[in-house]
Design a protein around this ligand. Structure first.
Ligand code: ATP
Ligand SMILES: Nc1ccn([C@H]2C[C@H](O)[C@@H](COP(=O)(O)O)O2)c(=O)n1
Length: 237
């Protein structure tokens, strides 16, 4: 069972995907964390993240390792725990530029497909291009949306500056978030986009619990459809 959950920033992809995977006993992959980890590695290793050629040349250098336990998601770059540093404003500000470089996308997409193929019991993979590019044959594709205001309000509660102080400026948070969405949607290589066969869920007026319940129901229905379809496929062989 492969579930792809895509959507813009702050729509609830990570929170929903982790909870759905944990509830249904599936693995979980946060692909944004992988792009953040490679960005963090580049910033820490003196790569000029305003230079596309420098980013492309460094794309295959770091070893990026993702854990797939939804209750304990983990991410490392060259053996260093990246879970904390990838959430700083410095990384958030640079990640769209780094992830737009085709060499970076090829490298990370290969990693993502290998992880999904190894997840025997099924996996929930969340990101921006999972349903369109990474796993176009996913059994279920969900595209989460929410108003920019709702997303900024959600995000401002959890963001920290590089010095570790809470970010309180809601307007600035919304502006940064919509700028990142614009960059992620307008890049040439595998932009943020709803797959034609994805189910769109607008989470603006929903609680996180309601979104989780909705996606669990969608996964259960997709699993039932898959179970019904498989004997037919077997007989046809
Ligand atoms: N339906 C909801 N109602 C209220 N808060 C929510 C809802 N969904 C998620 N949140 C909260 O919004 C914040 C952002 O959620 P989350 O990190 O899951 O979004 P995301 O889509 O994965 O964002 P990003 O792509 O930037 O990583 C979290 O603090 C989360 O608890
Ligand atoms: N499949 C993906 C996942 C993420 N990205 C890029 C674009 C995002 O701005 C950035 C960080 O993602 P987040 O942690 O906020 O979900 O990573 C991408 O291009 N493709």
């Amino acid at each position: 069972m492969i579930v792809a959950i895509d959507g813009p920033s702050g729509t609830g992809k990570s929170s929903t995907s982790k909870a759905v995977a944990a509830q249904l006993g599936l693995s979980y992959l946060d692909t944004g964390a992988q792009y953040r980890a490679i960005t963090w590695w580049m910033l820490s290793n003196g790569v000029d993240v305003s230079d596309q050629e420098a980013i492309a040349a460094a794309a295959d250098k770091p070893s990026i390792v993702s854990g797939t336990d939804p209750r304990q998601p983990a991410i490392s770059a060259d053996g260093l725990d990246a879970a904390g540093p990838i959430r700083t404003q410095e990384v958030t500000a640079a990640v769209s530029a780094v992830s737009a470089v085709p060499e970076v996308r090829t490298r990370i997409t290969e990693l993502q497909r290998a992880i999904a193929a190894e997840a025997g019991g099924g996996i929930v993979v969340e990101g921006r291009d999972i349903g369109t590019t990474v796993l176009p044959g996913a059994d279920l594709k969900v595209f989460l949306t929410a108003s920019p205001e709702a997303r900024a309000a959600r995000r401002s509660g959890e963001l920290k500056t590089t010095e570790g102080k809470p970010v309180t400026d809601l307007a600035a948070t919304q502006q940064a978030l919509t700028a990142r969405d614009k960059a992620d949607s307008s890049r040439k290589a595998s932009p943020l986009k709803k797959a034609e066969d994805a189910v769109e869920v607008d989470t603006t007026e929903l609680t996180l619990e309601q979104v989780i319940e909705c996606v669990v129901t969608l996964v259960e229905k997709a699993a039932a459809r898959k179970a019904e379809a498989e004997p037919v496929e077997e007989a046809a062989r």
